[in-house]
Design a protein around this ligand. Structure first.
Ligand SMILES: O=C(O)CCC(=O)C(=O)O
Ligand SMILES: [Fe+2]
Length: 209
């Protein structure tokens, strides 16, 4: 497969983790179709997070899909997973083929424009399998994705284009933070899908301990 000049085997991080940028993995037409159907059909809802004991509703909207209709709690609020829509299951298959990893859930984010972003964090909740890969697929407005080493402060930046795939794996979540900076220049929506592997979802117990 031609990744439009991007080399998915190049590690963007200088140490302590692995980030690979595949660039666009879908045709322009498929990318446009996914963007439009996801924007229209996903039951987008504002996210709720608890920060310093205060319940905040985010401007950004989210949706959560998984292998079964399980619920789990993070950042002080309980989320309910929806069972894979066919479109998401197809994207999951493609991403699994390209990365060689297996995923059992997907968190979707909708940024309406550049006034919405995501602040520095790492995806290191206990419910995620330790050092498991996270695959990020983007549609719509191209947005900058930044990483920052927790100890050395080293920074890495990559532009996430529409239809593109980025993978974070190995010890990336232990040693690096990532964010989507706000940008006044961006006037159109972006949808991001992060495919993840939650621990404890294989037993069909319905909940994550
Ligand atoms: O929108 C993105 O590209 C990043 C999303 C993200 O970091 C997350 O959902 O944890
Ligand atoms: Fe993240």
């Amino acid at each position: 497969m031609d990744f439009f000049g991007n080399d998915p085997t190049t590690n963007l991080l200088p140490r302590d983790g692995t980030v690979n940028y595949f660039g666009p993995i879908l045709s322009v037409v498929d990318t446009r179709n996914h963007y439009e159907t996801l924007l229209r059909d996903i039951p987008w809802k504002h996210d709720e997070v608890v920060i310093y004991g205060r319940r905040i509703t985010t401007a950004r909207k989210v949706a959560w899909y998984g292998d079964s209709d399980f619920s789990y709690t993070y950042s002080g609020t309980t989320k309910q997973a929806l069972v894979w829509a066919p479109e998401l299951a197809a994207l999951k298959d493609l991403v699994e083929k390209l990365t060689g990893a297996v995923f059992n859930s997907c968190l979707l984010n909708l940024y309406h424009d550049g006034s919405e972003g995501m602040s520095w964090h790492s995806d290191d909740e206990k419910s995620l399998g330790k050092d498991s890969a996270i695959a990020s697929v983007s549609f719509g407005a191209a947005r900058e994705f930044r990483l920052k080493h927790k100890r050395t402060d080293e920074k890495v930046s990559v532009l996430l284009e529409s239809g593109s795939l980025l993978v974070m794996k190995d010890t990336t979540q232990t040693h690096w933070l990532h964010c989507i900076p706000k940008s006044a220049k961006i006037k159109t929506p972006r949808i991001n899908l992060t495919f993840r592997r939650m621990a404890g979802m294989d037993s069909h117990s319905g909940t994550i301990p």
